[in-house]
Design a protein around this ligand. Structure first.
Ligand SMILES: Nc1ncnc2c1ncn2[C@@H]1O[C@H](COP(=O)(O)OP(=O)(O)OP(=O)(O)O)[C@@H](O)[C@H]1O
Ligand SMILES: [Mg+2]
Length: 313
């Protein structure tokens, strides 16, 4: 076994042990659905989603990742996974959710999005019902459902942000990314006032730098929006991330001793340390899609699609 593999095993064992000692949520705890979003694109959402999910899975959690990014296929590209079917095929009744899910590294399961999330919003009632049924089966098999929403405030991204209980907003230290992260927090405050908003600063210089940036967002959000945001953690700028992306491998597995991997473990520990009990009406993946479809029926999403409306003006 290589030194790297030994190291990862140790990290995973230590983490698993802490889970068993009850420092962290047990796999049998309540299911959590977490959307990962950002204002600006390219800030590191998909890398965060994949590596955090692998860290969760290594701690004994069953993790389902939904790639709801409507941009270029993201997660499958990052992982070099070739998928024939995506959510688009589910939306058009050509495949079931079970058929399209793929097993990724570290045992995480991935639902590839393609341009499917958009199609889902336009699906017929019959197609939606079929989808809801398969969602119910799927949601029983996951402790964590992590949704990569893609960047920006398009109606599709908003559809998810409006109805999940926990949202991670990713930014980098770059001023434009911070301004866009704040705009995202503002939209969440308007669309989903009860959501728990967690900030992650990626590509930061160090923890101090990240904390300062997160604190600035938190202070402004508190003062002007009366909204609480918490600092979940940071990932340093690390050349190993770029190397791992180039080889289509998650950095947590390729470079487990890298600074970025250590940061992911810390951040994941913090996430599992926060216990969250979903309110009854917010529970489950099928429930989430039911709320999204209801919103479509009320015309919110179609209106937004047609007019490019920004709900907060
Ligand atoms: N911590 C980091 N250190 C160095 N480079 C990073 C780090 N995180 C991300 N990157 C670089 O940024 C690129 C974009 O990352 P990623 O694809 O995860 O962003 P994204 O927010 O999902 O983008 P999009 O908005 O296009 O979906 C990566 O390919 C990598 O080169
Ligand atoms: Mg992405």
């Amino acid at each position: 076994m290589s030194e790297q593999a030994k190291y990862l095993r140790k990290v995973v064992e230590d983490y698993g042990e802490r889970c068993l000692r009850g420092t962290h949520k047990s796999p049998a705890g309540p299911q959590r659905i977490i959307a990962v979003t950002s204002g600006k694109g390219g800030v590191g959402k998909s890398n965060l989603v994949i590596n955090m999910s692998i860290a969760l899975a290594s701690g004994g959690m069953r993790v389902l990742v939904i790639d709801a990014d409507l941009g270029l296929a993201n997660i499958d590209l990052l992982l070099g996974i070739h998928t024939r079917h995506t959510l688009e095929h589910v939306a058009t009744g050509k495949a079931s959710l079970e058929e399209i899910q793929v097993t990724g590294p570290g045992g995480i399961r991935i639902i590839p999005g393609g341009s499917g999330a958009q199609c889902l919003l336009r699906a017929s009632e019959e197609e939606r019902n079929a989808l809801m049924e398969s969602l119910e089966t799927l949601e029983d098999q996951a402790d964590f459902i992590i949704i990569d929403t893609g960047a920006g405030l398009s109606p599709n991204v908003l559809a998810f942000l409006a109805f999940v209980e926990e949202i991670i907003v990713v930014t980098t230290p770059e001023p434009t990314a911070v301004a866009d992260a704040y705009a995202t927090v503002k939209t969440i405050a308007y669309e989903n006032p009860g959501a728990s908003i967690m900030l992650v600063v990626n590509m930061a210089k160090d923890r101090k730098n990240a904390k300062e940036i997160a604190d600035n967002i938190s202070i402004v959000a508190k003062r002007f929006l009366a909204v609480d945001t918490s600092f979940l953690g940071f990932v340093p700028r690390d050349p190993m991330v770029v190397k791992a992306v180039a080889s289509q491998q998650p950095f947590l597995l390729s470079y487990p001793s890298s600074n970025a991997s250590q940061a992911i473990i810390r951040l994941t520990e913090k996430l599992t340390g926060v216990s969250r009990v979903a309110s009854d009406d917010m529970r489950g993946l099928a429930g989430l899609f039911a709320r999204i479809f209801h919103r479509v029926e009320r015309g919110h999403i179609e209106d937004g699609l047609q007019q490019g409306r920004n709900p907060i003006g």
